[in-house]
Ligand binder design. Structure first.
Ligand SMILES: Cc1ncc(C[n+]2csc(CCOP(=O)(O)OP(=O)(O)O)c2C)c(N)n1
Ligand SMILES: [Mg+2]
Length: 364
C-alpha cells in the first residue's frame, strides 16, 4: 500500500491492468483513477477517525477538527490538479493534502505535536501546508487564503506560466470582506484561480438561512466569472467541475467559483456536540455518504467486484493503522526546535505536489 516516496501505491486495481479511460466514453478517469478516488477518500475518513480516537485518549493536545462527510470535495478537486499547480488547503480538506503527497503518518504526527509532523510539532492541528508539495499553510483568519491563492494566480499570470492556484473555503467565510476582495480582484484580472466553496450548511452553529440572503455561488457572475453548483458528495462530479475550471484557468479563461453542496457530519470541532443540528438532517445526509455512494457506483457502473472494493478499503485501513503506529512511536521535537524555522532566512520556492491523475502520469 505505501510507497517509499510517500505516494499512494495504486495497488490491486492498477495491477488488474485496465487503464482504458475510453471504456466509458466521455470520462477522463481510468479504472485505476477511480480506485484512487476511493482510496484517498477512505484514507481521509480512516485517518480522521484514528485521529479522533487519539484525541479522546489525550494524545492530541488542543483541539480536533475533521471533514467527515466532505471527503469527496478535497479528493475530487485536488485530483484534477497538475504537479506545478498550487494549493491553499483548509480545515475540512485533509484528502487534498493526501492527494498532493502528505502521508497519514505526517498528518497524525502533526496532530500529536511530534517532530515528524508537517509543521514539526509547531502547530497542533490543521493549520499546516507542505511548501515542498506546493501547498501554503493556512492561516486561521477566514477566508484569507482566498487572497493568498489569488496572489499566487497573479504571479502565474505575470510570469506567463500555465499554472493554476486552487483554494477552499466554507460558505460562512464568504460573508467576510476579504472574500469580496479576492473575488473582485481575480475577476478583474481574469486570474488562473479556482475557488472551491464548501457549503456544509453550517458555520459553527449558524445555519445557511442566517448566513446569506443570496447563495454565494450567485455572486460569481457579478464579479465577472462563472459560478457552478455541484453535488459535493459525488466525487466524480466534483472532479469533473474542477477539471473544467482548471482547464479554463490554465488556458487564460479566468477564475471559477465551484459551490459544493455537502453537510458537516460532525461538530465544528470535537468539542462541539452539534445539538443545534436537527437529527433528520444528519440522517438525510448520512444516506448520501460520499464513500458509500462511490463504493456502490464502482460496482454498479464501473465493473468493480464488491470484494475488490473491500480489498481496497482493507488496504487503506491497514496503511493508516501502520502510519498511526509509526506516528505514535515518533519523538517529540526538542524544545530548542521551537525557535527554528519561525522566520524565513532565505526565499525558497514552493515545490511541486503529487499529481496522481492518470493524465499526468501519461504526460510524465
Ligand atoms: C475571520 C475569522 N473569524 C472567525 C473565525 C473562527 N472560525 C473558525 S472556523 C469558523 C466557521 C467557519 O464556517 P465556514 O466558513 O462555513 O467553514 P466550516 O467550518 O463550516 O467548514 C469560525 C467562525 C476565523 N477563523 N476567522
Ligand atoms: Mg460551513
Amino acid at each position: 500500500m505505501k510507497a517509499a516516496n510517500g505516494t499512494l501505491a495504486t495497488g490491486p486495481a492498477r495491477a488488474r491492468g485496465d487503464e482504458d479511460a475510453s471504456a466509458d466514453t466521455g470520462s477522463h478517469l481510468t479504472r485505476s483513477d477511480r480506485a484512487n478516488l476511493l482510496r484517498y477518500m477512505a484514507m481521509m475518513r480512516f485517518a480522521e477517525e484514528r485521529a479522533l480516537v487519539l484525541y479522546r485518549q489525550g494524545k492530541v493536545p488542543g483541539s480536533f477538527y475533521d471533514g467527515r462527510g466532505q471527503e469527496a470535495i478535497p479528493v475530487g478537486s485536488a485530483y484534477a490538479l497538475g504537479p506545478r499547480d498550487r494549493t491553499c488547503i483548509l480545515h475540512r480538506d485533509l484528502g487534498a493534502h493526501f492527494v498532493r503527497g502528505v502521508t497519514p503518518e505526517r498528518y497524525l504526527a502533526n496532530y500529536m505535536g511530534r517532530s515528524g509532523g508537517v509543521t514539526g510539532g509547531k502547530d497542533g492541528n490543521m493549520h499546516f501546508g507542505d511548501p515542498r508539495l506546493g501547498s501554503v499553510g493556512m492561516v486561521s483568519m477566514l477566508p484569507d487564503m482566498a487572497l493568498v491563492a489569488t496572489g499566487m494566480a497573479l504571479a502565474f499570470k505575470l510570469r506567463g506560466e500555465p499554472r493554476v492556484a486552487l483554494t477552499y473555503f466554507g460558505e460562512g467565510a464568504t460573508a467576510n470582506g476579504q472574500w469580496h476582495e479576492a473575488m473582485n480582484f481575480a475577476g478583474i484580472h481574469r486570474l488562473p484561480v479556482v475557488f472551491i466553496l464548501e457549503n456544509n450548511r453550517f458555520a459553527y452553529s449558524t445555519p445557511n438561512e442566517l448566513e446569506f440572503a443570496v447563495d454565494p455561488v450567485e455572486r460569481a457572475r457579478t464579479y465577472g466569472f462563472p459560478g457552478v453548483a455541484v453535488d459535493g458528495n459525488d466525487v466524480e462530479a466534483v472532479f469533473e467541475r474542477t477539471r473544467e475550471a482548471v482547464e479554463r484557468a490554465r488556458s487564460g479563461g479566468g477564475p471559477t467559483l465551484i459551490e459544493c453542496h455537502t453537510m458537516r457530519m460532525h461538530g465544528h470541532g470535537a468539542h462541539d456536540d452539534m445539538s443545534y443540528v436537527p437529527a433528520e438532517l444528519l440522517e438525510e445526509w448520512e444516506r448520501r455518504d460520499p464513500i458509500e455512494r462511490y463504493k456502490a457506483r464502482l460496482v454498479q457502473d464501473f465493473g468493480f467486484e464488491p470484494a475488490e472494493v473491500e480489498e481496497i478499503l482493507g488496504e487503506v485501513r491497514a496503511y493508516v493503522d501502520e502510519c498511526a503506529e509509526r506516528a505514535l512511536a515518533s519523538p517529540m521535537p526538542p524544545p530548542e526546535a521551537a525557535l527554528e524555522g519561525v522566520f524565513a532566512r532565505e526565499w525558497e520556492p514552493l515545490g511541486d505536489g503529487h499529481a496522481p491523475w492518470s493524465r499526468w502520469r501519461e504526460a510524465a
